[in-house]
Design a protein around this ligand. Structure first.
Ligand SMILES: [Zn+2]
Length: 303
């Protein structure tokens, strides 16, 4: 079965419910990397979180979640685009992992780590400007950090459960939706009640269950007594935007002398995409082609 994000609303439409389960996408994210298990688990949680959050937004650009650390992990970043394609990577510092492998020990031993949310509008948007929210990295988990961010920046009460291992990454979200104006008191009370009840049900979730049980079984177990309004499931895919041309452009920017230098010492140039880890190889001939002066074409004359 392909990776999916499922969306629901409570019967009174006051609570948003989302569930995500990824296998292939998560395998692709790890394909060319060998992250230590504790680092992979954190990345998996961030990957799941990015899809849950992106699905709550009415936005057709990219959502980026970034953890900037001052510990063994320097940077962890996930991009989720409007079509639910994602890419993700981790940059580690060259130092041993701490004894404790929790989020604060891995990312925030110096207390300066940041959690950054970027909403990047589509490339062709006039006056395109990214929105960026930065908060200190607080809490004992990615879920907690995100819950605090959503409350502080979006004024939305949100509860998030995340779990990841080498095989799967999964997540679950509850979000209280703002009531439209002019509500009867009874309606407000009922929305309060739904929010408390759905949270109580979901609070029984354990990470073990989330990794062992299928998405549908899990939802059924939690909400079998509830009437949920279901929306179309969204397929999730891994998609890196790297190409050989982009790597070639990067080498051109390095300059002929630098590239020649690497060739002389290593015999070839091997560049791996920082996101998917896909290796790109340039030998002496490839590199010489990069720096061939092109014959000026029409409209390309330089004055
Ligand atoms: Zn790539």
């Amino acid at each position: 079965m392909s990776d999916q994000l499922k969306k629901y609303l409570s019967e009174d439409r006051s609570v948003r419910i989302e569930s995500v389960d990824m296998h292939q996408t998560w395998q692709a994210a790890q394909a060319h990397h060998s992250y230590p298990p504790s680092v992979a688990a954190l990345l998996g949680e961030l990957v799941a979180a990015s899809t849950l959050l992106a699905a709550t937004l009415k936005f057709d650009g990219s959502l980026l979640l970034q953890l900037q650390g001052d510990g063994a992990i320097a940077l962890m970043v996930v991009e989720c685009r409007a079509d639910m394609s994602i890419r993700a990577t981790v940059k580690m510092r060259d130092r041993p992992l701490p004894i404790q492998r929790d989020i604060q020990s891995l990312l925030n031993p110096g207390g300066t780590a940041k959690f950054i949310v970027v909403l990047d509008p589509p490339k062709n948007t006039p006056g395109r400007q990214a929105y960026q929210g930065i908060v200190p990295l607080e809490g004992d988990s990615i879920a907690e950090a995100l819950e605090q961010y959503m409350l502080r920046s979006e004024q939305l009460e949100t509860r998030i459960w995340l779990a990841a291992d080498a095989e799967r990454c999964t997540g679950f979200l509850l979000q209280r939706l703002p009531l439209q104006g002019g509500n009867q008191q009874a309606e407000v009370l009922s929305a309060d009640e739904t929010w408390q009840r759905t949270q109580r049900l979901a609070e029984t979730l354990t990470q073990k269950e989330m990794l062992e049980i299928t998405q549908d079984t899990l939802l059924h177990r939690l909400f079998w007594e509830e009437t949920l309004l279901a929306f179309d499931a969204r397929p999730i895919t891994w998609q890196c935007s790297c190409t050989r041309e982009r790597v070639a452009d990067m080498l051109k920017m390095l300059g002929h002398a630098e590239v020649q230098d690497i060739l002389e010492t290593q015999g070839k140039i091997e560049v791996a995409c920082e996101f998917c880890g896909q290796p790109y190889l340039f030998d002496g001939v490839d590199s010489a082609m990069l720096f061939q002066p092109l014959a000026p074409g029409p409209g390309k004359s330089i004055h």
